[in-house]
Ligand binder design. Sequence first.
Ligand SMILES: O=C(O)CCC(=O)C(=O)O
Ligand SMILES: [Mn+2]
Length: 211
Amino acid sequence: MPHTLDLFADSTTVIGNAADNYLPCDGEVYYYGKILTASTAAQYLQCLLQQIAWQHDRAVIYGREHITARQVAWYGDQAFSYRYSGTEKVALAWITPLLELKQLVEQQCQSQFNACLLNLYANGSQGMAWHRDAETQLQAGAAIASLSLGAERKFSFKHRLSQQKVDLYLENGSLLLMAGATQQHWLHRLPPSQKISQPRLSLTFRCMRLD
Ligand SMILES: O=C(O)CCC(=O)C(=O)O
Ligand SMILES: [Mn+2]
């Protein structure tokens, strides 16, 4: 039996508040803060470390294949194929803890998602370079919600034209929503930090096109 944490029965969630748009123009980024208590976040972190089918990612950069230090996993409503950075993944079927977290995230940000890309960074030496999530297989303009578990990490945005930067910190158990024209106009990254020795896991809930 998969281990499940009954989120809604024991009031372990916190209602976030995402009043402010962190971006000054050309997109919308809402930070809800912590939507899970520390103990619920810790339980989900342990549960997902064990139950997710983690794999090192392959990326083709300037024609050469690299194996990324971080590990990833791809789940969805159906066997969605997702191609990015020269690699292709086929979505696995949801497992119970992921569906619980999806339900919570959907409730918080009043949006529906049909897939989730998970990233696991073993420590601060691992991160993600500047990029945007604008693949044609994603529903154009659909929001992406990112739930963070584990070590707090800096997250940065950079405007593609003006190069203006916006930084924020993603706390353990927190939710971030990227919406509107964000992916069109802004890049984002998870910068490395040698000071961080603990793991962090992100669940990025997405909307794949159905055609
Ligand atoms: O780990 C994060 O918070 C960022 C992940 C991300 O940008 C992505 O999966 O596209
Ligand atoms: Mn991204």
